[in-house]
Design a protein around this ligand. Structure first.
Ligand code: EPU
Length: 423
């Protein structure tokens, strides 16, 4: 059944929001379970569709994935039955391609079609494949699938053309069981990469430098089981921080990973919001004043591309002209057309959105075109006059755990209902 979120705008948000575990840490850590026959326990796993999709991908290979209480998964890859997840499962999200590095490292073979994921521009996987090839893998293509084979991967010095997040994670998975040492140069420094490296080290891997752009890996012959807690989701925390600022509300974001949120904290203060670090999280409040600012989406520690659209929603309510420059993906401004339906004054020039504010927004039926575009529209709906319907919410459910419940608890007028097709 297709559903939408019905949101009545104009309510100040107030209260406490519990931040869930990070989506983009859950996926690589789940893939890491492929590297051992022993049990891996993951804690703080968010209740989102991407985790379910990843569980299905791993299940198709023979991995047993079981829930052991709220937020905890047990994964066991002792009885692998396939090295090739079905393409329709791989298409469900981008993280599925991480099985390549792990299968190749432990079993010397893997076959996977190009992954799915949000439509936010070209999303090649050349740096993943070039890295596997540098470690001695033979890469070929059979119909839609990439095949990778290597008797045993060999450590190598690898320069990544672009500091791809999933690319770095795939190479870490592969290098951790390669023979000899590897150096990944121009690696992604995102906190989710660090979370994966910490898990791998607890499993017996030898990785140094995760969180910097040069990561060294001394390959080991075997990895063992682990219990690992996922980091909190800095993107979810940033989205709720914007929700406080845009509604002139006040939210305490419990478990927000403050040390990983410099860029968003700085930019929210520049707009005029109040942000204070409190014990166990962050307090964010609107001050009634919002100034136009310029933002650029960049690799970490720059402002995350995943918060670019939510920030754009906020800037429709700021005084003056804001420039929003997307510098990570080449087509991540599709939400602009939906914001315009609500009355926002936004034009795009290439990968730049130019926003003139403040404009009163009005409730409308809009589409969540990807996870973060959907979040931007929910934020806009929270301040729009009247009622909005945000459709295609399966995108939101991929990345935000119980978003409408969390918003409802802090005074948003929001409910989920079946979509009634417009006549
Ligand atoms: N790129 C290449 N070659 C490659 C891979 C990537 O040129 O082989 C380029 C892409 O074209 C893009 C840029 O690198 O322009 C960034 O892509 P990256 O590979 O870093 O992104 P990703 O690993 O596919 C992850 C997150 C995204 C997040 C980006 C950037 C996961 C599952 N996804 O994607 O999260 O936006 O890093 O931080 O970890 C989201 O959560 O909504 C989301 C899209």
């Amino acid at each position: 059944m297709r559903e939408c979120l019905v949101i009545e705008g104009g309510h100040r948000l107030q209260g406490v929001v519990e931040i869930s575990g990070a989506k983009n840490a859950a996926l690589p850590c789940m893939a890491a379970a492929l590297l051992t026959a022993e049990d891996c326990f993951l804690e703080n796993v968010p209740a989102i569709a991407d985790v379910d999709y990843m569980a299905q991908v791993l299940g198709s290979l023979g991995v047993r994935v079981e829930s052991c209480g709220p937020g905890t998964l047990r994964l066991n890859a002792a009885d692998i039955t396939s090295f090739a997840p079905p393409s329709h499962l791989v298409a469900s999200q981008r993280g599925s391609f991480l099985v390549m590095g792990a299968l190749l490292a432990r079993f010397g073979q893997a076959a996977c079609s190009p992954p799915g994921g949000d439509v936010i521009g070209q999303r090649p996987i050349d740096v993943h494949l070039a890295g596997f090839a540098a470690m001695g893998a033979d890469i070929s293509r059979q119909r839609e699938k990439f095949l990778a084979r290597a008797k045993r991967l060999k450590g190598a010095r690898i320069f990544m053309d672009y500091p791809s997040v999933l690319g770095t994670e795939n190479l870490l998975l592969a290098a951790s069981m390669a023979k000899g040492s590897s150096v990944i140069v121009n690696a992604a420094a995102e906190p989710e990469v660090v979370c994966l490296a910490e898990m791998l080290n607890k499993m017996g891997a030898r990785i140094w430098g995760a969180g910097t752009h040069t990561v060294e890996v001394q390959g080991v012959d075997e990895l063992g089981g682990v219990r690992h807690r996922l980091i909190p989701d800095r993107i979810e925390a940033g989205t709720f921080a914007v929700a406080a600022a845009i509604t002139d509300g006040e939210l305490e974001l419990r478990d927000a990973p403050v040390a990983q949120m410099d860029s968003i904290i700085c930019k929210l203060r520049e707009v005029g919001a109040g942000v204070e670090v409190v014990e166990g999280g962050l307090r964010v409040w609107g001050t009634g004043q919002r100034r136009a600012i310029n933002i650029q989406a960049l690799p970490y520690p720059g402002l995350p591309t995943d918060l670019q659209a939510p920030m754009a929603a906020l800037l429709t309510q700021a005084q003056g002209v804001s420039y929003v420059h997307e510098r990570v993906f080449d087509d991540r401004l599709l939400y602009v057309g939906e914001l315009r339906k609500m009355g926002a004054e936004v034009v795009t020039v290439g990968s730049m959105a130019i926003i003139t504010g403040p404009t009163p927004l009005v409730g409308a039926r809009v589409r969540a075109l990807d996870v973060r575009a959907g979040a931007a529209l929910v934020l806009a709906a929270l301040v729009a006059q009247g009622v909005s319907e945000v459709c295609d919410i399966h995108h939101l459910q991929r990345g935000y755990a119980e978003m409408e419940r969390k918003l409802g608890l802090v005074n948003a007028a929001i409910r989920r209902q079946p979509l009634v097709e417009a006549s």
